[in-house]
Design a protein around this ligand. Structure first.
Ligand SMILES: NC(=O)c1ccc[n+]([C@@H]2O[C@H](COP(=O)([O-])OP(=O)(O)OC[C@H]3O[C@@H](n4cnc5c(N)ncnc54)[C@H](O)[C@@H]3O)[C@@H](O)[C@H]2O)c1
Length: 425
């Protein structure tokens, strides 16, 4: 059984030693069939497969991979019922891969892979796909810890040298409306930026309590959202979207330090693993700009997902629910356009880039925005002031000793600020 650490170590060494070939850069005039594979056949992966198959006339979904056979079958069944893509599905038994090594079979059988597992596995799957010369759609977030982020940064650099596309599932960057609003702010509508705010307030999320007979690993993998080693905690797993919008607004500059607080008030039962149900973090940039980040998952409360900007000349709201800039004499708003289907656009652009031999590489921001969220978690879990350098260089590795169904995996306790130590260097 492969462990993430062992795989990344050997593949990094092999790649460093090897000459990096330039991959075939374009698929002649769209005439070749591109073989697509999906790793992680859950809700998002199944949706991403639909969008991928609609993005280009000459695609086939040829392989599926999942840790669990029932999840794979459910996805295949659902895809087969969709008349828009049915004819493009060709996944016989021999190209249905299950277990922890599923990704190897999928990658081998395909030209383009869609990565939609829980983020724990993204660094491993990304590295394996790039090493094999495959183009990638990678769901967010792309890691749960700093070693994972460093690996992804390295992988994306290798992909750049190999002319491979990596499109990130940080889908708001592919929205025309977000692009137009951010451009106006970048063009000076608010003057200099002074502060940002990122909100992600939601209610109940699915939970899968432990079933009799499940091993530690099976239980945690089924209920993955609630274990930090698998999801990164929800401020990473979900709030990364609006944190990334703030990173974009800041022209992909990242803060130098963060302090935060958080805890478990409502989701206190064992079925909620060890993640928190609220986090509040204040990030600070080198020029003194502050980013106030708040996320909460508690039912019965006010819900909102949005980013807000305070600038020298006014304020802005940048959110799926509406786009507004209020600045003296220059008020502007954009009504929500439901046709702005950014989930589709990201796949349209991925396949267009492959056909044209003009790779897209979203690696830098997808990795750094993931780290932005992880840095916040480090701050809320420990109560410490965390610098960007400490976060980036942290050796805290959440990978279990082995990806194995039988490995004993005691449930980790929730972090306690002031007692849980910041693991740096
Ligand atoms: N961009 C977006 O708006 C968006 C929306 C939803 C989810 N997502 C992301 O997509 C990812 C998956 O989320 P989801 O909602 O589909 O979850 P899900 O639980 O529905 O699906 C995850 C699937 O991955 C499988 N899996 C787990 N470990 C695996 C492994 N090692 N190899 C192969 N398969 C494995 C699970 O069995 C499951 O079928 C997450 O990273 C999430 O953040 C992004």
């Amino acid at each position: 059984m492969t462990t993430r650490r062992a795989f990344l170590k050997t593949s990094a060494a092999a790649l460093a030693a090897a000459h990096l070939p330039i991959e075939r850069s374009a698929w002649a005039a769209g005439s070749d069939v591109l073989r697509v594979g999906l790793i992680g056949c859950g809700g998002r992966g199944t949706g991403a497969a639909v969008q991928a198959l609609q993005a280009d006339p000459n695609l086939k979904l040829v392989a599926l991979g999942d840790a669990f056979s029932d999840r794979l079958q459910m996805s295949l069944e659902q895809l087969g019922k969709n008349p828009a893509i049915k004819a493009k599905i060709d996944v016989p038994r021999e190209r249905q891969f299950v277990g922890f090594d599923n990704y190897k079979g999928v990658i081998e059988a395909t030209d383009v892979v869609l990565l939609a597992t829980p983020p724990q596995f993204r660094p491993l799957h990304l590295r394996a796909a790039v090493e094999a010369g495959k183009h990638i759609f990678a769901e967010k977030p792309v890691a749960v810890d700093a070693p994972g982020v460093r690996s992804v940064l390295e992988t994306c650099e290798i992909a750049r040298k190999k002319n491979l596309s990596i499109v990130s599932g940080l889908c708001l960057r592919y929205s025309r409306q977000f692009q137009e609003t951010v451009k106006r702010i970048h063009d000076g509508a608010l003057g200099e930026l002074r502060a940002l705010q990122a909100n992600d307030y939601r209610g109940r999320i699915w939970v899968k309590p432990r079933q009799t007979g499940q091993t530690d690993m099976e239980y945690q993998m089924r209920n993955w959202y609630y274990f930090t080693w698998l999801s990164g905690d929800f401020n990473v797993e979900q709030h990364v979207h609006y944190l990334d919008v703030c990173a974009w607004l800041m022209r992909d500059e990242y803060p130098v330090k963060a302090v935060g607080m958080g805890g478990r008030q409502v989701r206190t039962g064992p079925e909620y693993g060890n993640i928190y149900d609220h986090h509040g973090i204040v990030y600070e940039y080198a020029n003194g700009v502050k980013l106030f980040s708040n996320c909460r998952q508690q039912p019965g409360c006010h819900n909102d997902m949005s980013a807000h900007v305070l600038g020298e000349k006014g304020t802005a709201q940048v959110a799926e629910r509406g786009f507004q800039i209020h600045a003296a004499g220059r008020d502007w708003r954009l009504d929500v356009d439901k046709k702005d289907n950014f989930y589709q656009t990201e796949h349209d652009e991925l396949f267009r880039s492959i056909r044209a031999g003009k790779p897209i590489n979203n690696g830098e921001y997808m990795a750094k925005s993931t780290l932005l969220a992880i840095m916040g978690r480090m701050a809320t879990y420990t109560g410490a002031l965390v610098t960007w350098e400490q976060a980036l260089n942290s050796k805290e590795d959440l990978t279990p000793p082995k990806y194995d169904w039988a490995v004993p995996l005691p449930e980790p306790p929730a972090a306690l600020p002031g007692m849980t130590k910041l693991q740096t260097g």
